[in-house]
Design a protein around this ligand. Sequence first.
Ligand SMILES: Cc1cc2nc3c(=O)[nH]c(=O)nc-3n(C[C@H](O)[C@H](O)[C@H](O)COP(=O)(O)OP(=O)(O)OC[C@H]3O[C@@H](n4cnc5c(N)ncnc54)[C@H](O)[C@@H]3O)c2cc1C
Length: 376
Amino acid sequence: MNTPRTVLVVGGGAAGCAATILLRRAGIAVDLIEAKADWNATAGSGITLQGNALRVLRELGVWEEVRRSGYGFGAVGITAPDGTVLHVAEDLRTGGDDLPATVGMQRPHLQRILIDAVRASGAGVRLGVRATDLDQDDSGVTVRCTDGTEQRYDLVIAADGLGSATRAAIGITDKPEPTGMAIWRIATPRPAGVTRTDLAYGGPAYIAGYCPTSDDTLYAYVVEANRDRASIPAASYADEMRRLARHYGGNWPEITAHITDPALVNYTWFDRMLVEGSWHRGRVVLVGDAAHCCPPTLAQGAAMSLEDAWVLAQLLTASDTWDDALFQAYHERRIARVRAVVDASVQLGQWQLDGVRDADVPGLMGRTMTMLRELP
Ligand SMILES: Cc1cc2nc3c(=O)[nH]c(=O)nc-3n(C[C@H](O)[C@H](O)[C@H](O)COP(=O)(O)OP(=O)(O)OC[C@H]3O[C@@H](n4cnc5c(N)ncnc54)[C@H](O)[C@@H]3O)c2cc1C
């Protein structure tokens, strides 16, 4: 029986790290190449991890570290721009009742935990390296890399994010498209009053929100229409974010006082993409943002990426034969769930862009979150 057992993972974000950890646990030889020389550089400010993401992190064996490093909570507040709380909704526990509904974390801390788990797994890690050529036949893929190596693998997992060069290299032409919105983000000290995510609708931004990320920290964000990035000097990032944030009350004045260093403010457009057809060509298969991305209106992008890795690893470790049927089964298990998340995330933003006042936001969020309680 043909038992292929060597894998190259391209990209060391959440999806690539998760796939590596799970495949190594099954005794599969895994190399991971990561384009950045500093693996945890520009990991961003904060991240909201909902139960279904936590469920995968528990499967990876890092839940206790995530719990200790992050800030767990179970509700979201909707406020007026002046900070008046209009409504508090309980978050659904999408990972099951034994996990919090939500954990906020500093992104570099999550990435550090995942990096440590990859290192401990015994995977071969090469940083500052990209693949330059992928030559595949029925039995494997020969990969040449920028560090001059040439090696043959039974499978290549493309986890190289929304701009995936691997996706393009295997002839999948889908590309991320801007949704029309952009976000200003920063990590600041946590005012004592911030114990959950609050979202303010109205005011000069589409959304002004924050999420506690530890006992001492939070990340704050304001969302507006996207603008030509080249027209915004990096030195003005703090001024730009403050220009919007200063209109919000409640906990915002305390947060806004910390928006001073432009180097700590991140500006990013929202993108949307879903590869509708198969997520593989031969023995190269996509996971995470390489296959789909969406605006963070549901905070589910990393959750979907982690789930992809978990489902793919389940299928790979349960089968001796890695073939078209297996990769097709992976796509079939993921596509409806990911499509529902991408469509709902885009719809939530589009309603705001269109100024739709009577949109059923709670209904759409509730249906999507209820669906996510099911195992992927
Ligand atoms: C503003 C914003 C806020 C978000 N907030 C949330 C949130 O709160 N909750 C949530 O669940 N999701 C959130 N997301 C989505 C989440 O960040 C992504 O879905 C997730 O990071 C995708 O993980 P990934 O591993 O697929 O890709 P990435 O994290 O992009 O990792 C890809 C890795 O591949 C590397 N790479 C790229 N090209 C190559 C190459 N050619 N060779 C080798 N390596 C390469 C990159 O350096 C990177 O390390 C947000 C997204 C945005 C834009």
